[in-house]
Ligand binder design. Structure first.
Ligand SMILES: NC(=O)c1ccc[n+]([C@@H]2O[C@H](COP(=O)([O-])OP(=O)(O)OC[C@H]3O[C@@H](n4cnc5c(N)ncnc54)[C@H](OP(=O)(O)O)[C@@H]3O)[C@@H](O)[C@H]2O)c1
Length: 238
């Protein structure tokens, strides 16, 4: 992991922040992006205190192509060419199908699905890996898996997360020629702010750290070199 440079969307809190800590603990460098600048600054400052020179960040919205390009440029300048991309940032809007505006629907799809595509596109544009392989890990959800229980009010979220699973398979096919492995994790309930807002009162057995361990496994050439195009479903509440 020492040579790894991991770009993590939504790295300021929750699962993204746990991924940043896990990469840093294993000697890697990390680059983070999220919209709330004060939250991102305080997270990256506290990480930089323990790991000086190993953290870069940019405050911005991954659904804007120019922001994604700027994030990649900043990362390359400050840390070097990224070896991993963790497409973790996500939102939900809880509204019934009848109440939902087109703007609501498009916002969720644009951040959860299009944002992941835009970051993957920039990562692909870096070209073929010269030394070891590079990896993308997309974070979907059990909500994006066929046959799992769905909760009312989350139609745009569910559709976006099904899209992320499909995108993973498509990217894995095109990534092969570039030496890029692309995998996906579909967590069930994880103890974060998003869960507390989305489904108040739901108890989660899984912590952000638990998910970060799976992310690291998928980014570790020594452990998962033959794994690509896969989605790991995390039924932690069974
Ligand atoms: N927690 C769960 O139970 C659970 C279960 C299954 C899947 N997931 C998925 O896991 C991922 C992480 O969730 P979490 O629970 O850790 O959520 P969280 O605590 O709400 O963190 C989400 C992060 O994404 C960032 N973000 C949101 N929209 C963004 C945008 N447009 N551009 C850049 N950053 C953005 C947020 O920061 P800003 O708001 O400041 O931008 C925040 O840092 C999500 O994709 C979620 O769907 C979570």
């Amino acid at each position: 992991m020492r040579e790894q440079i991991a770009m993590i969307t939504g790295g300021a809190k929750g699962i993204g922040r746990a991924c940043a800590e896990a990469f840093l603990e294993n000697g890697a460098r990390v680059s983070l992006i999220s919209r709330n600048s004060s939250e991102l600054e305080s997270s990256s400052q506290s990480l930089s205190k323990t790991y000086p020179g190993k953290v870069s960040s940019l405050s911005g919205d991954i659904s804007h192509p120019e922001t994604v390009t700027a994030w990649f440029e900043k990362t390359r300048k400050e840390l070097g060419t990224p070896t991993s991309l963790i497409n973790n940032a996500g939102i939900f809007i809880n509204k019934s199908v009848q109440e939902q505006s087109l703007e609501d629907w498009e916002k969720v799809i644009r951040i959860n699905l299009t944002g992941s595509f835009l970051c993957a596109q920039e990562f692909f544009k870096l070209g073929k890996a010269t030394t070891s392989s590079r990896t993308i890990v997309n974070i979907s959800s059990l909500a994006g898996i066929r046959g799992t229980e769905k909760f009312p009010g989350l139609s745009s979220y569910v559709a976006s997360k099904f899209g992320v699973v499909g995108l993973t398979e498509a990217l894995a096919v095109e990534g092969k020629a570039l030496g890029i492995r692309v995998n996906c994790i579909a967590p069930g309930a994880v103890d974060t702010e998003m869960l507390r807002q989305a489904i108040p009162g739901m108890k989660a057995k899984a912590t952000p750290k638990d998910i970060a361990k799976i992310v690291l496994f998928l980014c570790d050439e020594n452990k998962s070199a033959v794994v690509t195009g896969s989605t790991i479903e995390v039924f932690s509440n069974l």
